[in-house]
Design a protein around this ligand. Structure first.
Ligand SMILES: Nc1ncnc2c1ncn2[C@@H]1O[C@H](COP(=O)(O)OP(=O)(O)OP(=O)(O)O)[C@@H](O)[C@H]1O
Ligand SMILES: [Mg+2]
Length: 118
């Protein structure tokens, strides 16, 4: 019983059935469908896949940084420390972004400033 509770508290990120589409003029690209994974506190998760398979779109969907208009998460859940990120207001989301969750964008040489420690 106690063990169960501890495991629950260690769960940081819980992504379930994430589904993100890009809407073109007369077509829809289903970039993500059925993406599910969990990250526990202190755990490192690597996501590997061919170019264009959806790694960046997964991260952008979690942080709600998808290009607007054009892309939208149409299904699934993103729970971070038990909170449903997809249901938060823009204001609440801005408090989490950069403070609790951050993204180092592709091309780390341009994304990271060598003058600062990480
Ligand atoms: N700006 C966009 N407009 C339309 N479709 C897009 C756009 N960005 C991504 N996609 C679609 O989402 C899919 C996943 O792209 P994503 O950038 O997540 O791939 P990736 O796994 O990060 O690739 P890479 O290893 O090259 O970084 C693409 O194959 C494409 O169909
Ligand atoms: Mg990418």
């Amino acid at each position: 019983m106690q063990m169960h509770q501890r495991l629950g508290n260690d769960l940081l990120l819980d992504v379930r059935d994430l589904e993100t589409h890009f809407f073109g003029e007369d077509s829809v690209t289903r970039a993500l469908s059925g993406i599910s994974f969990q990250v526990k506190k202190g755990e490192t998760l690597g996501v590997v896949g061919e170019s264009g398979c959806g790694k960046s779109v997964t991260a952008l969907s979690i942080l709600r940084l998808l290009p607007k208009p054009g892309a939208r998460t149409v299904g699934g859940e993103v729970r971070f420390q038990g909170r449903d990120l997809l249901g938060l207001s823009d204001r609440e989301m801005r408090k989490i972004r950069g403070d609790r969750i951050a993204m180092i964008f592709q091309e780390p040489m341009t994304s990271l400033n060598p003058v600062y420690t990480v």
